[in-house]
Design a protein around this ligand. Structure first.
Ligand SMILES: C[S@@+](CC[C@H](N)C(=O)[O-])C[C@H]1O[C@@H](n2cnc3c(N)ncnc32)[C@H](O)[C@@H]1O
Length: 211
């Protein structure tokens, strides 16, 4: 990661401009290909693994740091991965530009930045606007998958998602209301998930489906 910033302030002025764009589906895939999206993918180990295990899926990694995206694209070319795309997004500003309504099978938000300090609370990624946009972009029965190694952050995300204010979205917790999902049901793990497990720490995972 030498020369690449580890963190950016997503609410910084330079990231407020709307510049995310829809992505072009790889030629090799039909329009009916399932669409899986990793939000804040960083080095995208999860996306690379998912794309390798499911060559019939269109896997997309979105990230705010352009240099990380460039490096991922170079890796995807070098490994000749035909079903993986990368794109810029600021999740709190322009994710609404990337996907049409009812077009995504699953969003994965894995180990988002914690922003511990209370003055950084508003940088936390799960907020009403984002939730509304994701639910609109999911296909009927589509899923929002969230994981974190920080219990307080996962609980804050759960409290936001299960808040009665969002009842109209119809999100259903697959583990039961106010419950975490045990184990990893996917054929892939992010770099941060591997580190967490190596340290013997717990992953706090949630899976929500839309009607
Ligand atoms: C802690 S890393 C986790 C990376 C990866 N998902 C994993 O599990 O290993 C969080 C990533 O989210 C990105 N990020 C933070 N805020 C973002 C935002 N508002 N929009 C898009 N990406 C964001 C960061 O640049 C960083 O790469």
């Amino acid at each position: 990661m030498r020369g690449i910033r580890q963190h950016v302030n997503p609410l910084g002025l330079s990231f407020m401009e709307v510049r995310a764009k829809p992505l072009v589906r790889p030629e090799a895939l039909p329009a009916s290909a399932p669409v899986e999206v990793e939000l804040g993918c960083a080095d995208a180990d999860f996306s690379f693994e998912l794309a390798a295990v499911h060559p019939e899926w269109w896997v997309i990694g979105l990230e705010i740091r352009e240099q990380v995206l460039d490096r991922n694209r170079v890796r995807a070319d070098a490994e000749a991965v035909a079903n993986l795309s990368f794109g810029y997004v600021n999740l709190n500003v322009d994710i609404d530009q990337v996907f049409a309504p009812r077009s995504v099978d699953r969003f994965h938000l894995l180990f988002p930045d914690p922003w511990f300090k209370s003055r950084h609370r508003k940088r936390r990624v799960i907020e009403p606007w984002l939730l509304n946009v994701l639910c609109r972009q999911l296909k009927p029965g589509g899923e929002f998958h969230f994981a974190s190694d920080i219990f307080e952050l996962a609980l804050a995300a759960m409290a936001e998602i299960e808040d009665p204010r969002h009842e109209h979205l119809g999100l259903r917790n697959l583990a039961g209301a106010w419950s975490f999902w045990r184990g990893n049901p996917f054929d892939a793990a992010s770099r941060r998930e591997r580190t967490t497990r190596r340290r013997g720490q717990r992953v706090w995972r949630m899976r929500y489906v839309v009607p």
